[in-house]
Design a protein around this ligand. Sequence first.
Ligand code: GSH
Length: 220
Amino acid sequence: MGLVAAFEQVGQPYRLCRVDMLNEMKNDAYGRLNGRQETPVLITDKGAVLTETMAIAAWLAARDTKRRISFDPRSPQADRMHQLMAFVNTGFTAAFTPLWVALEAEDEKPETLALLRDFGRKSVAERHEKLEAMIGDTPFLAGDRLSLADTTLIGVARWAQFHQAVDGSAYPKLAALRRRIEAEPVVQYALAIEDGERPAGFGACVGHLPLAEVISRFAA
Ligand SMILES: N[C@@H](CCC(=O)N[C@@H](CS)C(=O)NCC(=O)O)C(=O)O
Protein backbone atom coordinates (compact mmCIF):
# COMPACT_ATOMS: atom_id res chain seq x y z
CA MET A 1 0.00 0.00 0.00
CA GLY A 2 2.80 2.39 0.91
CA LEU A 3 4.67 1.74 -2.31
CA VAL A 4 1.49 2.34 -4.34
CA ALA A 5 1.21 5.76 -2.64
CA ALA A 6 4.90 6.38 -3.45
CA PHE A 7 4.52 5.47 -7.15
CA GLU A 8 1.48 7.72 -7.41
CA GLN A 9 3.37 10.59 -5.75
CA VAL A 10 6.33 10.25 -8.14
CA GLY A 11 3.85 10.67 -10.98
CA GLN A 12 5.56 8.56 -13.67
CA PRO A 13 3.44 5.93 -15.48
CA TYR A 14 3.01 2.56 -13.77
CA ARG A 15 0.60 -0.36 -13.75
CA LEU A 16 -0.71 -2.28 -10.76
CA CYS A 17 -1.36 -5.96 -10.20
CA ARG A 18 -3.46 -7.13 -7.26
CA VAL A 19 -2.32 -10.34 -5.55
CA ASP A 20 -4.60 -12.41 -3.35
CA MET A 21 -1.95 -13.39 -0.81
CA LEU A 22 -3.85 -16.38 0.58
CA ASN A 23 -4.88 -17.96 -2.70
CA GLU A 24 -2.48 -16.82 -5.44
CA MET A 25 0.94 -16.45 -3.85
CA LYS A 26 1.91 -19.76 -2.27
CA ASN A 27 2.52 -21.73 -5.44
CA ASP A 28 5.36 -22.51 -7.86
CA ALA A 29 4.13 -20.12 -10.55
CA TYR A 30 4.24 -17.11 -8.20
CA GLY A 31 7.49 -18.53 -6.77
CA ARG A 32 9.09 -18.03 -10.19
CA LEU A 33 8.35 -14.31 -9.77
CA ASN A 34 9.49 -14.09 -6.16
CA GLY A 35 11.28 -17.12 -4.70
CA ARG A 36 10.17 -16.07 -1.20
CA GLN A 37 6.51 -16.08 -2.36
CA GLU A 38 5.92 -12.63 -0.91
CA THR A 39 4.72 -9.23 -2.02
CA PRO A 40 5.79 -6.67 -3.13
CA VAL A 41 7.28 -7.36 -6.56
CA LEU A 42 8.24 -4.69 -9.09
CA ILE A 43 8.60 -5.40 -12.80
CA THR A 44 10.83 -2.59 -14.02
CA ASP A 45 10.51 -0.75 -17.34
CA LYS A 46 13.24 -3.11 -18.61
CA GLY A 47 11.14 -6.16 -17.70
CA ALA A 48 13.40 -7.12 -14.78
CA VAL A 49 11.88 -8.52 -11.59
CA LEU A 50 12.81 -6.66 -8.41
CA THR A 51 11.70 -7.79 -4.95
CA GLU A 52 12.15 -6.40 -1.41
CA THR A 53 10.50 -3.18 -0.30
CA MET A 54 13.82 -1.40 0.29
CA ALA A 55 15.16 -2.30 -3.16
CA ILE A 56 11.95 -1.17 -4.86
CA ALA A 57 11.98 2.09 -2.87
CA ALA A 58 15.63 2.69 -3.86
CA TRP A 59 14.77 2.01 -7.53
CA LEU A 60 11.98 4.56 -7.30
CA ALA A 61 14.09 7.18 -5.49
CA ALA A 62 16.76 6.89 -8.21
CA ARG A 63 14.12 7.85 -10.80
CA ASP A 64 12.35 10.47 -8.68
CA THR A 65 14.22 13.28 -10.41
CA LYS A 66 11.63 15.87 -9.36
CA ARG A 67 12.15 14.79 -5.73
CA ARG A 68 8.49 14.27 -4.98
CA ILE A 69 8.96 11.33 -2.59
CA SER A 70 12.70 11.48 -1.82
CA PHE A 71 15.51 13.98 -1.32
CA ASP A 72 18.78 14.79 -3.01
CA PRO A 73 20.85 11.61 -2.38
CA ARG A 74 23.65 13.53 -0.65
CA SER A 75 21.40 15.62 1.58
CA PRO A 76 20.94 15.12 5.34
CA GLN A 77 17.21 14.55 4.69
CA ALA A 78 18.08 11.60 2.40
CA ASP A 79 20.28 10.11 5.13
CA ARG A 80 17.50 10.49 7.67
CA MET A 81 14.94 9.05 5.24
CA HIS A 82 17.10 5.94 4.73
CA GLN A 83 17.73 5.65 8.47
CA LEU A 84 14.01 5.68 9.28
CA MET A 85 13.16 3.32 6.40
CA ALA A 86 15.76 0.85 7.64
CA PHE A 87 14.45 1.06 11.21
CA VAL A 88 10.85 0.50 10.08
CA ASN A 89 11.65 -2.30 7.60
CA THR A 90 13.83 -4.25 10.08
CA GLY A 91 13.17 -4.18 13.84
CA PHE A 92 9.82 -2.40 13.77
CA THR A 93 8.36 -4.78 11.18
CA ALA A 94 9.98 -7.88 12.68
CA ALA A 95 8.55 -7.12 16.13
CA PHE A 96 5.12 -8.19 14.85
CA THR A 97 6.33 -11.66 13.76
CA PRO A 98 5.25 -13.54 16.92
CA LEU A 99 1.78 -11.99 16.63
CA TRP A 100 1.43 -13.11 13.00
CA VAL A 101 2.71 -16.59 13.93
CA ALA A 102 0.15 -16.80 16.77
CA LEU A 103 -2.62 -15.66 14.43
CA GLU A 104 -1.77 -18.21 11.76
CA ALA A 105 -0.86 -21.08 14.12
CA GLU A 106 -3.23 -23.97 13.90
CA ASP A 107 -3.49 -26.64 16.58
CA GLU A 108 -0.94 -24.94 18.83
CA LYS A 109 -1.19 -25.35 22.59
CA PRO A 110 -2.87 -22.39 24.40
CA GLU A 111 0.30 -21.79 26.44
CA THR A 112 2.39 -21.56 23.23
CA LEU A 113 -0.05 -19.02 21.77
CA ALA A 114 -0.03 -17.02 25.02
CA LEU A 115 3.78 -16.97 24.99
CA LEU A 116 3.89 -15.79 21.37
CA ARG A 117 1.30 -13.07 21.99
CA ASP A 118 3.02 -11.86 25.15
CA PHE A 119 6.44 -11.77 23.47
CA GLY A 120 4.97 -10.08 20.38
CA ARG A 121 3.20 -7.36 22.37
CA LYS A 122 6.36 -6.63 24.38
CA SER A 123 8.48 -6.48 21.19
CA VAL A 124 5.99 -4.18 19.44
CA ALA A 125 5.77 -1.87 22.49
CA GLU A 126 9.57 -1.69 22.71
CA ARG A 127 9.89 -0.75 19.00
CA HIS A 128 7.07 1.80 19.39
CA GLU A 129 8.96 3.47 22.24
CA LYS A 130 12.11 3.62 20.11
CA LEU A 131 10.23 5.03 17.11
CA GLU A 132 8.43 7.60 19.26
CA ALA A 133 11.85 8.83 20.44
CA MET A 134 13.14 9.00 16.85
CA ILE A 135 10.29 11.18 15.57
CA GLY A 136 11.52 14.75 15.37
CA ASP A 137 9.80 18.12 15.13
CA THR A 138 9.17 18.04 11.36
CA PRO A 139 5.63 17.24 10.10
CA PHE A 140 6.84 14.05 8.37
CA LEU A 141 9.54 11.55 9.30
CA ALA A 142 12.35 13.06 7.23
CA GLY A 143 11.20 16.64 6.72
CA ASP A 144 8.27 18.86 5.94
CA ARG A 145 6.82 16.67 3.19
CA LEU A 146 5.88 13.05 2.58
CA SER A 147 8.80 10.75 1.73
CA LEU A 148 9.53 7.05 1.29
CA ALA A 149 10.15 6.84 5.05
CA ASP A 150 6.49 7.75 5.68
CA THR A 151 5.11 5.46 2.98
CA THR A 152 7.23 2.60 4.39
CA LEU A 153 5.86 3.26 7.87
CA ILE A 154 2.19 3.69 7.09
CA GLY A 155 1.55 0.18 5.78
CA VAL A 156 3.13 -1.47 8.81
CA ALA A 157 2.09 0.92 11.61
CA ARG A 158 -1.57 -0.10 11.34
CA TRP A 159 -0.67 -3.68 12.29
CA ALA A 160 -0.53 -2.46 15.91
CA GLN A 161 -4.30 -1.86 15.89
CA PHE A 162 -5.01 -5.04 13.95
CA HIS A 163 -3.27 -7.10 16.64
CA GLN A 164 -4.38 -4.79 19.49
CA ALA A 165 -0.72 -4.87 20.42
CA VAL A 166 -0.29 -1.44 22.04
CA ASP A 167 -2.34 1.51 23.26
CA GLY A 168 -1.86 3.98 20.39
CA SER A 169 -2.46 7.00 22.65
CA ALA A 170 0.73 6.11 24.55
CA TYR A 171 2.70 7.26 21.47
CA PRO A 172 1.30 10.72 20.69
CA LYS A 173 3.98 11.77 18.19
CA LEU A 174 3.49 8.59 16.18
CA ALA A 175 -0.30 8.95 16.36
CA ALA A 176 -0.14 12.53 15.01
CA LEU A 177 2.36 11.53 12.32
CA ARG A 178 0.13 8.66 11.18
CA ARG A 179 -2.86 11.01 10.92
CA ARG A 180 -0.81 13.40 8.76
CA ILE A 181 0.45 10.60 6.50
CA GLU A 182 -3.02 9.06 6.13
CA ALA A 183 -4.47 12.45 5.18
CA GLU A 184 -2.13 12.73 2.19
CA PRO A 185 -4.13 12.36 -1.06
CA VAL A 186 -1.80 9.69 -2.48
CA VAL A 187 -2.14 7.61 0.68
CA GLN A 188 -5.93 7.94 0.52
CA TYR A 189 -5.65 6.80 -3.09
CA ALA A 190 -3.53 3.75 -2.15
CA LEU A 191 -5.92 2.80 0.66
CA ALA A 192 -8.84 2.94 -1.79
CA ILE A 193 -6.92 0.71 -4.25
CA GLU A 194 -6.24 -1.72 -1.41
CA ASP A 195 -9.97 -1.80 -0.66
CA GLY A 196 -10.66 -2.89 -4.23
CA GLU A 197 -11.89 0.50 -5.45
CA ARG A 198 -10.73 2.15 -8.68
CA PRO A 199 -10.09 5.76 -7.58
CA ALA A 200 -9.30 8.26 -10.31
CA GLY A 201 -5.92 9.10 -8.78
CA PHE A 202 -3.66 11.71 -10.28
CA GLY A 203 -3.04 10.14 -13.68
CA ALA A 204 0.14 8.14 -13.09
CA CYS A 205 -1.51 4.69 -12.92
CA VAL A 206 -2.10 3.68 -16.52
CA GLY A 207 -3.82 0.37 -15.87
CA HIS A 208 -4.26 -2.84 -13.91
CA LEU A 209 -2.89 -6.24 -14.98
CA PRO A 210 -4.13 -9.67 -13.92
CA LEU A 211 -1.54 -11.72 -12.02
CA ALA A 212 -1.71 -14.53 -14.61
CA GLU A 213 -0.50 -12.10 -17.29
CA VAL A 214 2.36 -10.83 -15.11
CA ILE A 215 3.47 -14.41 -14.40
CA SER A 216 3.23 -15.50 -18.04
CA ARG A 217 5.21 -12.49 -19.25
CA PHE A 218 7.82 -12.01 -16.55
CA ALA A 219 8.27 -15.11 -14.33
CA ALA A 220 11.58 -16.95 -14.76
N1 GSH B 1 11.54 -8.45 3.30
C1 GSH B 1 10.37 -8.34 2.48
C2 GSH B 1 9.18 -8.82 3.28
C3 GSH B 1 7.95 -8.87 2.44
C4 GSH B 1 6.76 -9.39 3.21
O1 GSH B 1 6.85 -9.86 4.34
N2 GSH B 1 5.60 -9.31 2.56
C5 GSH B 1 4.38 -9.76 3.16
C6 GSH B 1 3.25 -8.84 2.78
S1 GSH B 1 3.47 -7.23 3.46
C7 GSH B 1 4.04 -11.13 2.63
O2 GSH B 1 4.12 -11.34 1.45
N3 GSH B 1 3.66 -12.05 3.53
C8 GSH B 1 3.26 -13.35 3.16
C9 GSH B 1 4.13 -14.41 3.73
O3 GSH B 1 5.21 -14.10 4.25
O4 GSH B 1 3.73 -15.55 3.67
C10 GSH B 1 10.17 -6.90 2.03
O5 GSH B 1 10.53 -5.98 2.77
O6 GSH B 1 9.70 -6.69 0.91
